[in-house]
Design a binder for this molecule. Structure first.
Ligand code: ADP
Ligand code: MG
Length: 478
């Protein structure tokens, strides 16, 4: 039996968040009525000329700086020629020999430690239109609204070694382009989509195997599933004595399999040549200086800051930084709670996340706002309520019953810290459970938990558990 190694390289298309198209003034807004947002330039009518959208170029450069790549002072647009119904010009304007960004890298955290994934390049190009197969019986509809939408194609080196690593890389890239505010990352709308190139080779082999390309996968979950399938398929082909054919395959999420779409074109099939209608794209040192000064805090820096400033574990910090909005929510809650412990992190990664997941609600739409959760943390810290009661308060806030203090008052949840009252209940519990009391006195420490539980039950969870513990120990052991 041969042990196989998986090799994956990803090409990600990130739609840049400009208001108009890359070479025309037409709107890029999503969801308009079909064919109302493609102008003469987008569909290449004779006599029109493309004009570069400067904003798209600066966004690409911003990305280049963030990944430590070189932003080329001069890059060139090229025509990539092919025929397809959603491309009425007969060519796509892209970049070929000199892309706007060369090199760069992305760090990912994997189970086996940190890993650097090298980027080959990032280039600017225009999107094509869309073919619509539904609603047109026996025919295909063409919507050209998307034609000319600016894309940044980000190409990785074949450095990824498993579907899980590929997804980790994709999530990292997703979080980066959103932090940079160059792409909205909306995968359902196709603003962030990926082609996955994959091959296998015997463990220890250094030359690459023949790859296949899985086209246009638009969810993290599908990427992982599609890659797993493709690995299994390639292994079967090779172990049966066959050869992997270099081709483009399509993942069908409904049937959970990949199927061949077409044999893979070679670059020379596209007859690339510099687009004579567009001057070279120039990004000079001054542009870069301005962009560098405007760079926001990047995901890696934020992660490191979470660990240093909030003294979080790597796991918590990673979880909180898995999405910019979660990190924002966390920081706002910490500042409302004025919390210097890990309590806020526990509540965000624990209770809040599980309610959001269960209800399938985005954190930005959470009915419990950072101010509300911050207040809840305060009430735990100042011992008004215990952590357990806090869960009840959280649930009530989730159901829009009001803010923390009004729920505590309305439901009479204030913690009993009056030691006199607790002493009384403890005595009653001791009288009721003589067997367990004897066990504790005989040195069975664990049984004390049972007695604490009984006191908590008798006070409907409102007694301060620490006080209960102390009083019990004092009464039992003197
Ligand atoms: P193309 O222009 O035909 O799409 P590239 O050579 O630019 O091809 O490579 C595209 C992607 O495929 C890159 O992300 C690269 O890392 C990846 N890749 C290239 N060869 C292999 C291979 N043998 N196995 C896995 N991935 C590969
Ligand atoms: Mg490709």
């Amino acid at each position: 039996m041969v042990a196989w190694e998986t090799v994956i390289g990803l090409e990600v298309h990130a739609q840049l968040m400009t208001r108009s198209k890359i070479f025309s003034g037409a709107s890029t807004a999503y969801g308009a009525e079909a064919n109302t947002q493609a102008c003469a330039v987008d569909i290449g009518l004779p006599g029109v000329l493309p004009v570069m959208n400067r904003q798209a170029a600066l966004m690409a450069a911003r990305f280049g700086l963030a990944v430590g790549g070189s932003v080329n002072p001069v890059s060139v647009f090229a025509r990539k020629n092919y025929f397809y119904p959603d491309l009425p010009k007969g060519y796509q304007i892209s970049q070929y020999e000199i892309p706007v960004v060369s090199g760069g890298s992305l760090e990912i955290h994997t189970a086996a430690g940190d890993k650097t994934i090298r980027l080959t390049r990032a280039h600017l190009e225009e999107d094509a239109g869309k073919s619509l197969h539904e609603d047109f019986h026996g025919m295909t509809g063409i919507d050209l609204n998307r034609a000319g939408t600016p894309l940044l194609e980000i190409v990785s080196e074949p450095d990824l070694r498993s579907p899980a690593e590929a997804v980790t890389y994709l999530r990292k890239l997703h979080s980066l382009v959103r932090t940079l505010e160059i792409c909205d990352g909306n995968m359902q709308e196709g603003s962030f989509r990926c082609d996955a190139n994959i091959s296998i080779r015997p463990q220890g082999e250094t030359t690459l195997g023949t790859r296949t390309e899985l086209k246009n996968i638009n969810s993290f979950r599908f990427v992982e599933r599609a890659l797993h399938h493709e690995i299994a398929r390639q292994i079967t082909v090779l172990e049966d004595g066959g050869e992997v054919v270099q081709e483009t395959r399509l993942y069908d999420p409904d049937r959970d399999l990949t199927r061949s779409m077409r044999s893979k074109e070679e670059a020379h099939d596209y007859r690339y040549f510099p687009d004579p209608d567009l001057p070279p794209l120039v990004i000079d040192a001054h542009d870069l200086e301005v962009l560098r000064n405007e760079l926001p805090e990047l995901p890696d820096a934020r992660l490191a800051r979470f660990i240093a400033d909030y003294r979080l574990s790597m796991d918590d910090a990673l979880q909180l930084n898995s999405q910019k909005e979660i990190a924002d929510y966390y920081e706002e809650t910490v500042s409302c709670a004025n919390d210097e412990t890990r309590l806020t992190a526990n509540w965000v990664t624990g209770e809040l996340m599980s309610w959001l997941n269960r209800s399938d609600i985005a954190i930005t739409d959470s009915p419990v706002t950072p101010a509300m959760l911050g207040q809840l943390v305060c009430r735990i810290q100042d011992q008004t309520i215990s952590g357990k009661i806090a869960k009840e308060v959280f649930e009530a806030m989730w159901a829009s019953e009001g803010d923390v203090d009004s729920i505590i008052t309305a439901r009479g949840l204030t913690q009993i810290t009056d030691t006199g009252a607790i002493e009384q209940t403890v005595s009653e519990v001791i009288a009721r459970f003589p067997d367990q009391v004897a066990q504790v006195r005989a040195g069975e420490d664990k049984v004390i938990g049972f007695l604490v539980g009984q006191v908590m039950k008798a006070t409907s969870g409102k007694a301060n558990p620490q006080a209960v513990n102390e009083i019990l120990k004092r009464q039992l052991l003197g």
